[in-house]
Each structure stands twice: as structure tokens, then as C-alpha cells.
Design a protein around this ligand. Structure first.
Ligand code: 5GP
Length: 231
């Protein structure tokens, strides 16, 4: 297959049809903008099935996504979108960089859901942006940004409710969107690499923070989330 792009956790190959491509999930794990590197055995297969499960669930509730079909344990056929260079971060509970930046305790309640945008740029370290920066840099049109914001809140509601039923707290997560034939589609992945998932009872971390923070059993989040979703 013809490799179109290789990222830190995924490879993207050309598909037979020009409007589609094949995403292949790797076991490689990185953190802190690539400064910490490693591998988590089986991660690629877990993230492939977890992402596809969530994409299918969201599609069934009217969210437009790039997901087409799972091809193998690591490979998925998706619509070939033009990725908008924004990381769209949704936060329900203070954690990670928000807790650090604002001096909040990790786990502190937020009076409302917080939406953040970062510029997808490894060279710049994904800096935080506001809507004026997005307009000034022409990263997305006002209409596109409205569609992204509406989709992000809808996705948050659907994921939060679904996960609550299986005893998982959705602390925060990162989304990416793409353009396809005038439409905005949810792209990239929804997995323990891109979300903070805590056990609702114990607040045990079930996501990539186990790797980022040198905790024991880095596979646990992937296994546990997959199991709770019945995958
Ligand atoms: P934070 O800004 O606190 O580091 O991350 C907030 C949320 O977005 C976390 O769930 C984290 O997993 C996700 N996130 C933010 N930036 C990235 C990124 O560059 N890569 C990945 N995989 N996830 C990210």
C-alpha cells in the first residue's frame, strides 16, 4: 500500500478509491511532543476497535464522521478528509495542562464544560489558540468553527452518557475534524490515547496518562476500556 502519511501513533495509506484512505494504528507511544518514546504491546489494535466503536455509536446519533469500515485488527477504511489543523479539546473536569496552567487540583470540578483549541503544530508544541487566532490565521471559517463547536458539545454529551453507564468518567478529550465535499467530519481517533478516562468509583486512570506519568501497567487503560465497552 502507498504510504501517504506517518504520524506518532498511526500510518495512513492510499485506498483503492481516491476519496478514501486506510488508517493503520501502531503500538508506538509518545508523550510530551515526542520527547518520551515507547511502545505499548497491543495498543494499536485496542485503539482501532475502541475508536471504531465510538465512531459507529456517534454516527448512529447523527454525528458525521470519517469512519467507513474496520478492515482488520489494526486497519480501518475512512473518508479522506482535509484535516483542519486544530486540536479541539473538551474538558469536563480539571486535569492535565488545564490544572497546571490555572493552578487547579487535578479532579477539581468545573462550573461548565470548557472548550479549548490548540494549533496542530509539532514544531510549535501545539499552542493554545482562541477564536480570533483561528480567524486571523484562516485556520477555519466562522461557519466551520460553529459546526465544530456544535459537534464537539454533542459528542461530549453522547460519550459522557455512554461511558457513565459503564462506570467511566470522561474527564477530557481531544478531537480533530476534517473537510470533505463542503462538510465537516469528525476524524482522527477517540481512544485512551486522546481521552482521559477515570474509573467512576476509584478515579483510577484508565488512559495514556499511565504511560505519560510512568505508572505501572501501561496497558491497563486500553484493556479496561475495551472490556467495559464489551469489545
Ligand atoms: P492536556 O492539554 O491536558 O495535556 O490534554 C487534554 C486532553 O486532550 C487529554 O485527554 C489528552 O489525551 C488530549 N490531547 C491533547 N493534546 C494531545 C495530543 O497532542 N495528542 C494526543 N494523543 N492527545 C492529546
Amino acid at each position: 500500500m502507498n504510504l501517504l502519511y506517518e504520524g506518532k501513533a498511526k500510518k495512513v495509506f492510499a485506498a483503492d478509491e481516491p476519496d478514501k484512505c486506510v488508517v493503520c494504528y501502531k503500538d508506538d507511544a509518545t508523550a510530551f511532543n515526542g520527547q518520551k518514546k515507547g511502545a505499548i504491546e497491543g495498543k494499536g489494535a485496542f485503539n482501532n476497535k475502541i475508536t471504531n466503536f465510538f465512531m459507529g455509536m456517534l454516527e448512529s446519533h447523527g454525528v458525521r464522521t470519517h469512519y467507513i469500515k474496520e478492515l482488520s485488527d489494526r486497519e480501518t477504511l475512512v473518508t479522506k478528509v482535509e484535516i483542519i489543523p486544530l486540536e479541539v479539546i473538551v474538558r469536563n473536569i480539571a486535569a492535565g495542562s488545564l490544572a497546571k496552567r490555572l493552578g487547579l487540583a487535578e479532579g477539581a470540578a468545573l462550573a461548565c464544560t470548557v472548550l479549548e483549541f490548540c494549533y496542530k503544530s509539532d514544531e510549535l508544541g501545539d499552542p493554545l489558540l482562541n477564536e480570533y487566532h483561528i480567524a486571523a490565521l484562516k485556520l477555519a471559517s466562522p461557519e466551520e468553527l460553529e459546526a465544530i463547536k456544535t459537534a464537539a458539545f454533542k459528542i461530549n454529551g453522547l460519550l459522557t452518557n455512554y461511558l457513565e453507564a459503564v462506570g467511566i468518567l470522561l474527564v477530557d478529550f481531544k478531537l480533530e475534524f476534517g473537510r470533505f465535499k463542503g462538510e465537516i467530519l469528525l476524524a482522527d481517533e477517540i481512544s485512551p490515547d486522546t481521552c482521559r478516562f477515570w474509573d467512576a468509583q476509584t478515579h483510577e486512570k484508565l488512559d495514556k496518562d499511565r504511560f505519560r506519568r510512568d505508572m505501572e501497567n501501561v496497558r491497563k487503560g486500553y484493556e479496561e476500556i475495551s472490556g467495559r465497552l464489551g469489545l
